[in-house]
Design a protein around this ligand. Structure first.
Ligand code: IMP
Length: 197
């Protein structure tokens, strides 16, 4: 007999993100759904973990199902961690976000930065069930390189590889990347939770 599938709502309206979660969680006994239309959760937290928690708890309570949320972004040492939780809102488009960041760093030789992805799983009423974070360290390049990926990928050179995320294949980015690392931490813990009666 096949096990009963638990519903897991992905706390996002972004179809690309929902597909990515579906493929990452494919091996688990879950029925994955998108959050209901019209449910918007404001990201008012000061950290990636706080924003992931806000979204997961709100969506779990609104849908009365388990909910999984993520929040991610790029923090640059020389800019005191900016754009950080404001990565998506740093400028209106990806090319403008890249130009703004390169401009802000034009007089800096110290170009260390890291990506962070926080994941939070919440249950209705009970609050947070699991929280993990993945991190990827690197440097901001002087100019964009590579055609792949999205967002800040062309200007983020991954430590120890001499390549930007945009110069990597999808499996390579998953192996090195912050989101892939966060999922690697989440998966066995989620599997354990699903085994509990
Ligand atoms: P959110 O997690 O959907 O709030 O988006 C965070 C923002 O951080 C994105 O819009 C991108 O600008 C940036 N970001 C997060 N992860 C990545 C990545 O893997 N590559 C490039 N940019 C990213």
């Amino acid at each position: 007999m096949s096990p009963t599938l638990r519903t897991l709502v992905i706390a996002s309206g972004n179809l690309g993100k929902i597909r990515e979660f579906e493929s990452l969680l494919g091996g688990l006994p879950l029925r994955i759904t998108a959050q209901p239309d019209g449910l918007e959760v404001e990201e008012t937290g000061q950290t990636f973990a706080a924003n992931a928690r806000l979204k997961a708890v709100a969506v779990a309570n609104a849908t009365e199902s388990w909910a999984l949320a993520d929040d991610s972004g790029l923090s640059v040492d020389a800019l005191n961690g900016a754009p950080g939780v404001h990565s998506a809102r740093y400028a209106p488009t990806d090319p403008e976000r890249i130009s703004r960041l390169l401009d802000a760093l034009k007089n800096h030789d110290h170009r260390r930065a890291h990506f962070c992805a926080a994941l939070c799983l919440a249950a209705p009423g009970n609050g947070v069930l699991l929280e993990v974070q993945g991190r990827c360290d690197g440097q901001i390049t002087r100019s964009p390189r590579g055609e792949g990926g999205f967002g800040y990928d062309p200007i983020f050179e991954v430590e120890g590889t001499a390549r930007t995320f945009a110069e990597m294949s999808t499996p390579e980015k998953k192996a090195h990347g912050h989101r892939g690392r966060a999922f690697t931490l989440l998966e066995p813990q989620l599997r354990q939770l699903l085994l509990k009666p």
